[in-house]
Write a protein that binds this ligand. Structure first.
Ligand code: 5RP
Length: 237
């Protein structure tokens, strides 16, 4: 592993561990998806072995499989429509705590779980913190409507591409049985407006823009030495 990759791994694990330490006894915890969340699961599992009592709601098959391997009891949004805390990663975060998520195609369930939570803890490394969102925006679309949805996405000024599988021919199929359309914009000037506009396209399930959770978000920016914590109180209007 080169120095940059080693530093990034250390930063992710620092953020994940810090988030797991925010979990309190008897909480219901939304378990996000991805490599940073993986460290949170590891630490939460250690705390459960030490006596912590929690249950988790996984946002993907990947997380459900990992959480079971790590001995985290699982539950569902059917049993707990409102939960204490959700902990998840992100692909980009801007200074207003708007996020782009969905590299792992799990953003629909991640948004449902974040929405159900009183508190949303986002774990990232420094490279994900950007002055302006610019990463491709993943959009989950039902296969039936993918062509007309892509035409409408194009009207917003982006280049939409159906995500292809790795070690699987053809499109990625999400945990919900849908396609992912990755939308590259030259700039995302008003992310909240874009999120609302994409949501109005028939056949769109969810986009990876998360612009409505800033008030309840705690951002943990992992660092090899010390984590930075950012909340809505730190947002400069
Ligand atoms: C999955 C996600 C992930 O949370 C996001 O891509 C961050 O992943 P990682 O921590 O591996 O960089 O949105 O859909």
């Amino acid at each position: 592993m080169d120095e940059k990759a080693r530093a990034q791994t250390a930063s992710k694990s620092a953020a994940g561990f810090r988030a797991a330490d925010m979990v309190e006894d008897e909480m219901v915890v939304g378990l996000g998806t991805g490599s940073t969340v993986f460290y949170m699961i590891e630490r939460l599992s250690a705390r459960i072995r030490e006596g912590l009592k929690v249950s988790g709601i996984p946002t993907s098959y990947q997380t459900a499989i990992r959480a079971r391997e790590y001995g985290i009891p699982l539950t569902t949004l059917d049993d707990y429509p409102i939960i204490d805390i959700a902990i998840d990663g992100a692909d980009e975060v801007d200074p207003h705590l708007n996020l782009i998520k969905g590299r792992g195609a799990a953003h629909t369930r991640e948004k449902c779980v974040a929405s159900a939570a009183f508190r949303f803890v986002v774990v990232v490394d420094e490279q994900k913190v950007v002055p302006r969102l610019s990463a491709p925006v993943p959009v989950e679309v039902i296969p039936f409507a993918v062509r007309p949805a892509m035409s409408q996405l194009r009207e917003f000024g982006c280049l939409p591409v159906i995500r292809e599988g790795v070690k699987k021919d053809g499109p990625v199929i999400t945990d919900n049985g849908n396609f992912i359309v990755d939308c590259t914009f030259s700039e995302i000037a008003r992310p909240a407006e874009l999120e609302d506009a994409i949501a109005r396209i028939p056949g769109v399930v969810e986009s990876g823009l998360f612009c409505g959770f800033a008030e309840k978000t705690t951002l943990i920016v992992g660092n090899e030495k010390k984590c930075r914590i950012i909340t809505s109180a730190d947002i400069v209007p």
